[in-house]
Design a protein around this ligand. Structure first.
Ligand SMILES: [Zn+2]
Length: 178
């Protein structure tokens, strides 16, 4: 399968910022997990393209264009979530409203994530008119891994072993899409 991996935010756009128990910017977590996902998918024989491989700004249309012009079968945007209430936690995956293929892909990926991390809350598959979901020509999902604003979940996200396990779970979910 041809998969376009999009590490959300970057450069001047840090995305969400967690500060407890230490500072973690979403853009850095997203890139770290995305590079591990790239490695995991390449090892499994898939063809991948990254929208960014370093800390740089990239518009939402530019992200979709990378995916569209390379003819990817699947677009996967990687994010961490944020909420005003530090107790909020859980995993969720978005697809474009009304997209059956997007819903199926989001369901497989979220199912795989929550089965790999059974202690994490399943917030479900959701629809959103996000630019990267709207402007991409192929099946597209946006993964909100966990809440960077929750101190316990920030520690979870920052741990490279957890990131490797997340990358494997996302790859399993991608391979379950038929
Ligand atoms: Zn984000």
């Amino acid at each position: 399968m041809k998969i376009c991996i999009d590490p959300g935010h970057g450069g001047a756009d840090s995305g969400a910022v967690g500060t407890e128990p230490f500072r973690l910017e979403e853009k850095d977590f997203n890139l770290s997990l995305a590079l591990l996902l790239e490695e995991e998918l390449e090892e499994r024989g898939h063809w991948t393209i990254m929208t960014r491989r370093r800390d740089r700004s990239l518009s939402l249309p530019a992200r979709a264009n990378v995916s569209n012009r390379t003819g990817a079968d699947l677009f996967v945007s990687i994010h961490a979530n944020a909420a005003g209430n530090p107790a909020v936690k859980g995993m969720e995956v978005y697809h474009f409203p009304g997209s059956k293929a997007g819903k199926a892909a989001a369901t497989r990926i979220l199912d795989s994530l929550v089965s790999s991390f059974p202690t994490h809350s399943n917030r479900g598959v959701k629809e959103a008119n996000f630019a990267v979901l709207r402007l991409t020509d192929m099946t597209a999902v946006l993964i909100e891994t966990e809440f960077i604003t929750n101190p316990k979940q920030l520690q979870f996200l920052a741990d490279v072993e957890n990131q490797k396990k997340m990358a494997a779970a996302i790859a399993d979910g991608i391979e379950a899409i038929v």
